[in-house]
Write a protein that binds this ligand. Structure first.
Ligand code: ADP
Length: 740
């Protein structure tokens, strides 16, 4: 009997210790309820172990010791159960403090409940038993036990009343049952000894049963909690994406609802299929390196296009136990992409057409402007009548404005279509600034404005950058400053900062005393075709494109532009951009002389070369007249022909020094003519410089012509001075003479 009872109680201890350790293994730090359940199981095991050992003792002293140690488990269990019930019942405030505080009274009570003088041990036929002698401590212990039990009952009833969900109600019922079991068991060794009957270890048995029931409640509680294990099933079945689970033998064993809906079959029917019966896939699709394989495949069942991702599933020993196949239906996306691709092709075509259109328009507009400007230039050079000269000069100004506008539109469209490229070459900053000053000072002087360029003499001169674009940016800002200033001055101040790797940051500040810009309008300045201060500027020509080109060009060059302005007082536009220093040689004094009026004074050619023979090829007679007229005073021998074919004929007859060749011509264009000039054996002008004349001034064209083998490039409308300058470079020195 003793053995049986002892073994059972010892078994209880083993079971509860095992429960405690299994909870600890899963981790008790994350959740307070896990820790409580762990402590509860250990306390219960402790209680069972030492009260079981009491039974086995024959010596009352030893039995008293065992009981003393075992009582630690009793009080610990009481405290743990109280905490657990408080946690589950969700009780708060004073009631919670009272319940917990009362449970902890067990600690001061403990020494009195184990005092040897209060307990007598006796041998019974179910082993060593004991009795607490009636008195204050026995009463206090019983009272403690009863109140703790009542507290727990109260908490369980509280949970029952408060609970709305079924699982909470079930939990509350379970807890009430636990308490009854524990209380019933404890009657045997608390109440019975009080009436003189030796204690039977009923509470040890009762607490074990109660703890097992509590553990069940704990498991029940955990199951309804959100965690990866219990939620993964819900997730698996609730995702709309088709998910297939294949076993090691690559047979389909589980499918989710998404898969059944996708294949329009029942789950059982799905499971009869193999992966390559579902998708157009290779047989060895499961043979791959690494943990994941993603393939695109068409579904055989419904013809949808899918992205199929296959993940290997490993066991704890890193052996493959199956595959998880997740399918994304990308049919719509693929169709959309195809559509977008088509749209893009269409847009590209339209863009290309726009480019061609612009190039043609540029050509078409420039050709007549060339005629107007060329003929007008001849009037300016040759006319003696001052009134007519003034008209002609007005025509020149208007033509220049028209040309600038066309150039702006072309540049802008090129930037918008992403075709504008920054072409970096070595250039002289000094030469660029001098040219700028010359160009702007005429305009400034015409308006009676003072124009000042303040440039530090030690600024490095030879830089690497896109000179054309830097010049365009500065010219735009300077022209605006002059345009929008009625009286006062325009000052361009350059400052610089040397950076690492021979880089230099140039800061150009253009300040004017003009009409200024209202603060609220400053942000709008860079919008295309937007002009501000309409009232003040309605009589000033402009398209609203200049600053948006400046802004976009600077972005291409990683530069910035900042504006400070006071309405009615003036503005400062500060451009900052970084260039590379090629030579540190300083720029020196920018302007040695003040010869800026050259163009206004009577025209004198830059050279005369009566022995030089020039062949001009253009299908447009007016253009031929213009070139001939512009070069007349240089006294060169000029021959004009109307086609590429005639050009080839002419070079067979004569040895020319320079050939000016139009690019866009019917039948044989400039490129083809050049090709023939280079390959024909009877070309007497093999050494002639071939300069292309073109009305196609789209940015980037210059590079194309040079690549094709032309020696130089000049765009229409032809600037007489620029043409002379260019030709001078190709005329042998011995033929050059100065005009009388
Ligand atoms: P626009 O061809 O009209 O000059 P921009 O893009 O160059 O076009 O300039 C946009 C607007 O910014 C102008 O219409 C003008 O109202 C204003 N603006 C530009 N520069 C100045 C300046 N220096 N002073 C006052 N207003 C200016």
């Amino acid at each position: 009997m003793v053995e049986l009872l002892f073994l059972s109680i010892f078994g209880f201890a083993v079971i509860t210790f095992c429960i405690g350790f299994s909870i600890a293994q899963k981790g008790i730090k994350k959740d307070r309820i896990d820790l409580l359940c762990f402590l509860l199981a250990i306390s219960s095991g402790w209680w069972s172990l030492f009260f079981g050992l009491v039974l086995k003792q024959t010596d009352p002293d030893m039995a008293a010791w065992m009981r003393t140690v075992g009582m630690i488990g009793v009080f610990a269990l009481m405290i743990c159960i109280t905490y657990m019930m408080v946690y589950w019942s969700g009780i708060r405030g004073r009631m919670r403090r009272w319940v917990i505080g009362f449970a902890w009274l067990g600690v001061p009570l403990y020494p009195f409940t184990v005092q040897k003088s209060n307990i007598t041990f006796e041998m019974t036929n179910y082993g060593m038993s004991y009795q607490m002698s009636s008195g204050i401590w026995s009463f206090a212990y019983t009272l403690y036990y009863v109140v703790v039990a009542l507290n727990m009952l109260f908490l369980a009833i509280h949970l029952l009343r408060r609970s709305i969900r079924r699982r909470e109600k079930i939990m509350a019922h379970n807890l009430i049952s636990c308490i009854f079991i524990v209380v019933l068991g404890s009657i045997l060794d608390t109440v019975m000894p009080m009436v003189g009957i030796s204690a039977f270890p009923g509470s040890t048995i009762g607490q074990f049963v109660g703890v097992i029931a509590l553990y069940q409640t704990y498991l029940f509680y955990k199951k309804s909690q959100m965690n990866l294990e219990n939620m993964s099933q819900f997730v698996y079945y609730s995702v709309d994406e088709p998910v297939f689970l294949f076993d090691e033998a690559e047979s389909l064993c589980i499918v989710n609802n998404g898969a059944a809906v996708f294949l329009e079959m029942s789950a059982e029917e799905c499971c009869k299929l193999r992966l390559n019966e579902i998708f157009e896939l290779n047989r060895d699709v499961f043979r791959f390196q690494g943990g994941k394989n993603r393939v695109e495949a068409r579904c055989i069942q419904n013809q949808n296009i899918c992205s199929v991702s296959i993940d290997k599933i490993y066991d704890d020993y890193k052996d493959i136990i199956g595959y998880i196949v997740i399918v994304h239906d990308i049919t719509e996306r693929v169709h959309m992409m195809e559509k977008l691709d088509l749209e893009k092709q269409r847009a590209d075509k339209a863009n290309e057409a726009k480019g061609v259109f612009l190039a043609n328009m540029s050509h078409e507009i420039r050709t007549p402007i060339n005629a107007v400007m060329g003929m007008n230039e001849m009037i300016i050079r040759e006319c003696e009548d001052n009134a007519i000269l003034e008209y002609a000069q007005n025509i020149r100004d208007a033509s220049k404005t028209l040309l600038a506008l066309i150039n702006d539109i072309l540049d802008f469209s090129k930037i918008e279509s992403g075709m504008m490229e920054v072409v970096e070459e070595a250039y002289s900053l000094k030469a660029m600034l001098k040219a700028l000053e010359k160009e702007c000072s005429m305009r400034a002087e015409a308006k009676g404005l003072a124009l000042k360029f303040v440039v530090p003499e030690d600024t490095p001169n030879v830089l690497l950058g896109d000179e054309v674009r830097v010049r365009q940016i500065l010219l735009n800002i300077l022209t605006n400053a002059i345009k929008y200033t009625i009286k006062g001055s325009v000052t361009m101040t350059l400052s610089y900062e040397k950076k690492e790797n021979k880089k230099i940051q140039l800061i150009f500040a253009v300040a004017d005393t003009g009409i200024g810009i209202k603060e609220e309008n400053i942000d709008r300045l860079f919008d295309k075709f937007d002009r501000v201060n309409e009232e003040q500027i309605h009589s000033i020509e402009g398209s609203g494109l200049g600053l948006s080109i400046v802004d976009r060009l600077l972005k291409l060059m990683h530069g910035t532009v900042e504006i400070e302005s006071k309405f009615g007082e003036g503005s400062t536009f500060t451009v900052s951009l970084t260039q590379q220093i090629i030579e540190d040689q300083p720029i020196g004094i920018l302007r040695e002389d003040k010869k800026v009026h050259e163009e206004r004074t009577r025209y004198v050619p830059q050279f005369i070369a009566p022995e030089v023979k020039v062949l001009v090829v253009d299908d447009n007679r007016v253009n031929l007249t213009v070139v001939k007229g512009l070069l007349r005073k240089t006294r060169m021998q000029i021959t004009c022909v109307l086609s590429g074919k005639e050009c080839l004929e002419a070079v067979r007859q004569e040895e020319y020094h320079i050939i000016l060749l139009d690019y866009m011509m019917p039948e044989m264009d400039g490129a083809e003519t050049l090709e023939n000039l280079k390959t024909m054996s009877d070309n007497r002008s093999k050494d002639a410089a071939v300069i292309v004349l073109t009305a196609n001034a789209m940015a980037g064209m210059k590079e194309m012509y040079l690549e094709q083998g032309f020696d130089a490039y000049i765009s229409k409308p032809i600037d007489g001075t620029a043409l002379e300058q260019l030709l001078m470079g190709y005329i042998p020195k011995e033929y050059l003479g100065s005009p009388a």
